[in-house]
Design a protein around this ligand. Structure first.
Ligand code: APR
Length: 255
């Protein structure tokens, strides 16, 4: 992995002087932690499926056990991974800025494990399991039947991961907080997202429309690149520590 990225002094100053920073992250920030994206996670039994077949209410209705097992396998994988210097840099940045909100599309829980506190999980969290009938009923323990997902102890409906599937609404409080922060921030970091899934992908446009400085951190260009004032074409685990160092001269401890 390349270990250096040049930070424009105007960007370093804009970040240092920002009073309100908003951040949107996607699967790319967890790539260096070894968390497979949807496509990569479709290995073995699930290699023949498309995420839109599994990560949808219809997919779960069609084959609840297959979908339950796919998420259970991904929960197991997450036990082996850890936050990377990109997650750590955002946790350090949060402590430096008067107003800060990190909105993530990721369901892997790595931002919270890195110490981020002013955080909203737009697409839920794979470590949480809920009743498939009552959205707010989180279930902490369950027995694993052999041929179907476990059932809700309260109403008997199948349990499911507490994540947002395609065609489902995002948690309202999280989305409103993320939209408010996008409209009020001086600077928005857009990290590791292809910018193709709405409503999360609309957040950078809200920030740009409100006059914020928009910074894309992604080795590759995306549909959001056209609204970015700065682009750091490097992995997040390299670019974010370099950005924090350039703004405040501090090193980010390795994960
Ligand atoms: N650092 C930064 N960005 C990276 C890195 C890295 N090390 N590696 C890859 N990327 C970028 C890719 O270039 C790509 O633009 O991360 C982005 C990942 O895009 P997606 O896999 O589409 O992930 P994301 O944008 O989070 O997807 C949004 O779609 O799959 C659904 O609900 C799911 O939350 C997900 C949503």
């Amino acid at each position: 992995m390349d270990t250096a990225v040049a930070i424009d002094v105007r960007l370093a100053r804009a970040l240092r002087e920002a009073r309100h920073v908003a951040v949107l992250t996607g699967a790319g920030i967890s790539a260096e932690s070894g968390v497979p994206t949807f496509r990569d996670a479709l290995t073995g039994l699930w290699a023949t499926f498309d995420p839109r077949e599994l990560a949808t209410p219809a997919g779960f209705r069609r084959n609840p056990k297959l979908v339950w097992d796919w998420y259970a396998a991904r929960r197991e994988q997450l036990r082996e991974v850890a936050p990377n210097p990109g997650h750590d840099a955002l946790a350090r940045l949060e402590a430096r800025v008067p107003r800060f909100l990190l909105a993530t599309q990721n369901v892997d829980g790595l931002h919270a494990r890195a110490g981020s506190r002013r955080l909203v999980e737009l697409h839920g969290n794979i470590a949480r399991v809920r009743c498939s009938r009552e959205r707010g009923r989180i279930v902490a323990t369950w027995d694993e039947p052999a041929d179907e997902p476990p059932r809700c102890p309260s109403c008997g409906a199948f349990l499911r991961p507490d994540v947002v599937w395609f065609e489902e609404d995002l948690p309202v409080d999280a989305l409103v907080a993320a939209e408010d922060a996008a409209r009020a921030c001086d600077l928005m970091l857009v990290v590791g997202t292809s910018g193709e899934v709405y409503p999360a992908a609309a957040l950078p446009q809200y920030a740009a429309d409100a006059g914020a400085c928009v910074v894309e951190v992604n080795p590759a260009p995306t549909p959001l690149s056209r609204i970015a004032d700065h682009a750091l074409r490097a992995p997040a685990g390299v670019a974010l520590p370099a950005l924090v160092r350039a703004a405040w001269g501090e090193d980010v401890m390795p994960a």
